[in-house]
Write a protein that binds this ligand. Sequence first.
Ligand SMILES: [Fe+2]
Ligand SMILES: [Fe+2]
Length: 142
Amino acid sequence: MAIEWNDSLFLSHDLLDDDHREMAALINKLYLCVNENFGKDSVAAAARQLLRFSLAHFSHEKGLMGQYNYPDMAAHLSEHKTLVDELQGLIAIVESEGGPVRFETVDFLDDWFAAHLKDADARFAAFLAKEARETATGDRAG
Ligand SMILES: [Fe+2]
Ligand SMILES: [Fe+2]
């Protein structure tokens, strides 16, 4: 299923929200290419575009985690790796074997995105908001 963006997906962090909206759009683009049988080249191009953007987004999150010593960093980054592995697998299937890409694979991306955003990313955004509040009030617990 395509991702329907709605307000519940906003995490009140501009950089993360902008990235997530773009990522959702790229997942939907890939979904459309598979769903409408646009062919191997279109599917591969859409998957590569999604992979490139996902890597950039994950490095934004990793940078912020390092900057603020996020305690759940390792577990969070391993969720990112799951998506990267899945996408690389999909690209390999399309490019070396010519497909076909199963709908289950695209569903996996879309399920991963919703679950990761609502759980791991939501917790990370809450952590960043708390850090920002504590920095603003000078009330850091150390
Ligand atoms: Fe994210
Ligand atoms: Fe994340």
